[in-house]
Design a protein around this ligand. Structure first.
Ligand SMILES: C[S@@+](CC[C@H](N)C(=O)[O-])C[C@H]1O[C@@H](n2cnc3c(N)ncnc32)[C@H](O)[C@@H]1O
Length: 262
């Protein structure tokens, strides 16, 4: 469990020359479902939106294309430069420690972020305070149980476990999609709704590359921990590139809550 006062130790914040590519494959895998969810809320040019942990910025760009006024925040905003041309304001912050303006946003969205932050409860409370009355908080995080379910059984179970051990050491929560429901309710939002989606990923596809680059990014730490070798990881990466394999992704849980309209 992470120390409440500690800054986030983001596990992917280490040097990896293909991180931009990894983030792009993640967007390709998850954006369709995210955009479907956000479309139902009715975002338009009257809305002020905050995209938390914006990464490479595809969701912030989509919100801006709907005409909304958008601010994108992240521990590292170096990959968000192109959003300036879309009128998106950028702000470097740690969502678990740095204050947000109160009562400012109609929508706050964070995907694949809460699962990494140091003090999740404080982050969710801060985001709730930053909502306007009637505003929505949408958190999307994964439950990892289904990952690498394969028609022949579990795919590369040892490598999967070793990767998540490295992430958990850095404060990652492997059931965060479910935990988000409790955090959003505890923060006092109403009409809390949660559901999940998973993708079937084919080896060698763009989606498959997100998983391969996940292992490549974590490879040095996994090998240093001693539970898997470079050869184990090479074998997994080679199978992930093979179109004869198909596997289930994690379940992406979307939790939506609304601040009372007073
Ligand atoms: C896995 S990436 C997801 C990026 C993007 N949300 C997406 O789904 O494509 C997580 C992002 O959250 C950012 N992040 C992690 N911890 C954070 C924190 N405490 N405060 C702000 N951003 C954070 C990381 O820098 C990274 O850009």
């Amino acid at each position: 469990m992470a120390d409440a006062a500690a800054p986030t130790r983001y596990v992917f914040g280490t040097a990896f020359d293909r991180e931009e590519e990894r983030l792009a494959h993640g967007e390709a895998l998850w954006d369709k479902g995210t955009i479907e969810k956000l479309s139902h809320l009715g975002v338009d040019e009257t809305w002020h939106c905050l995209e938390v942990g914006a990464g490479r910025g595809s969701v912030a760009a989509w919100l801006a294309a709907r005409g909304a006024e958008v601010t994108a925040v992240d521990l590292d905003i170096s990959r968000l430069g192109r959003l300036g041309a879309l009128g998106v304001a950028l702000w470097e912050l740690d969502i678990s420690r740095d204050p947000l303006p109160e009562g400012a946003y109609d929508l706050i969205h964070a995907r694949l972020v809460m699962q990494h932050v140091g003090d999740r409860a404080a982050a969710v409370r801060g985001m709730c305070r930053a909502l306007r009355p009637g505003g929505y908080l949408v958190l999307e995080d994964t439950d990892t149980t289904s990952l690498f379910s394969h028609v022949d059984g579990e795919f590369h179970a040892l490598v999967k476990r070793a990767a998540y051990e490295v992430m958990i050491d850095a404060g990652y929560h492997p059931r965060c999609g479910l935990l988000d429901v409790e955090l959003v309710e505890a923060a006092g939002l109403s009409s809390v709704h949660a559901d999940g989606r998973a993708e079937v990923v084919r080896g060698g596809s763009d989606g498959a590359r997100w998983f391969a680059l996940w292992l490549e990014h974590l490879r040095p730490a996994m090998v240093a921990r001693g539970t898997v070798s470079d050869v184990d990881i090479d074998f997994a990466v080679s199978d992930l590139a093979d179109p004869r394999h198909r596997w289930l992704s994690q379940v992406m849980v979307t939790v939506t809550g609304r601040k009372d309209d007073r």
